[in-house]
Design a protein around this ligand. Structure first.
Ligand code: NAD
Length: 257
């Protein structure tokens, strides 16, 4: 399918799922805008390389998704936005009694409030064109909980609610809003959790991956960034014109349990 002529903004896309989604959208012909909070030469080089490989325009715009004004400025600096992928996210694991307040605030800001700000800023342009796609990268934790992830689970359930609300507000206007709910995908965010899990469970890397991390993922296989990217491209295709306000799980059966 071709997304030529469509401009996609993917928040938190200099690594992991966001970068995989940007690759898939660029491969489908979209212009892509990568983002993170850093503004290093390598961030801009990453966008330039991606654009060159896929023969599309690709830019990197620095904006801190923990700050509402930055979220809105990202959309403004991009010029317009046909496809908005709210992907930026962080994780922190702790019993609620000890959960640092600043971590709670950061997770809610980056994983949930950023999508409120970017969507609010992008929707008027989508309405004017009569076409738009908002894809929120939620999580299996948007549909189910795990202990010690209070902020993450609250933010991800929140973004599923936001998804439904935006879908209703934009219904019938050529604009859809959906959430993708991945199970475990091996990205830097997940990689960073492995040492802590090894320590907590006193297990080696392979055992902790199989027995702890993928314990709730019946396939016992990680989902891939390519699968998340492919699903995003599907949501941007005419086949998904009437798919709105829903969640698509890519979790190896986790939420079927
Ligand atoms: P990652 O750490 O590889 O990527 C996170 C991205 O967000 C990075 O590009 C990072 O630079 C960016 N980011 C962090 N703070 C930011 C900020 N303040 N402003 C702008 N960008 C910021 O992690 P990932 O696994 O690719 O996660 C991407 C999304 O997918 C997250 O929302 C995460 O919750 C969700 N998710 C991941 C998994 C998984 O198993 N990896 C599963 C379900 C959902």
């Amino acid at each position: 399918m071709t997304l030529a002529g469509k401009r996609a903004i993917i928040t938190g896309s200099n690594s992991g799922i966001g970068l995989g989604v940007a690759e898939a959208l660029a491969a489908a012909g979209a212009e892509v805008i990568l983002n993170s909070f850093t503004d290093r030469p390598e961030d801009h080089a990453l966008a330039a390389d991606l654009g060159k490989r896929h023969g599309v325009t690709a830019r990197y715009i620095a904006a801190d998704m923990s700050k509402g004004a930055d979220c809105r400025a990202l959309i403004e600096k991009a010029g317009s936005c046909d496809i908005l992928v709210n992907n930026a996210g962080i994780q922190f694991v702790s019993p609620i009694e000890d959960f640092p307040v600043e971590k709670w605030d950061s997770i809610i800001a980056i994983n949930l409030s950023s999508a409120f700000h970017t969507t609010a800023a992008a929707l008027p342009g989508m309405r004017a064109k009569g076409w738009g796609r908002v894809v929120n990268i939620a999580s299996a934790h948007g549909l189910t909980a795990s202990p010690f992830k209070s902020a993450y689970v609250a933010a991800k359930h929140g973004i599923v609610g936001l998804t439904k609300t935006v879908a209703l507000e934009a219904a019938g206007k050529g604009i859809t809003c959906n959430a993708i709910c991945p199970g475990y995908v091996l990205t830097p965010l997940v990689e960073a959790q492995i040492p802590e899990q090894m320590k907590v469970h006193n297990m080696d890397r392979e055992t902790v991956i199989r027995e702890v991390m993928l314990e709730r993922q019946p396939s016992r296989q990680f989902a891939t960034v390519e699968q998340i990217g492919g699903t995003t491209v599907y949501l941007c295709s005419p086949s998904a014109d009437q798919v709105t306000g829903t969640t698509i799980s890519i979790d190896g059966g986790w939420t079927a349990l």
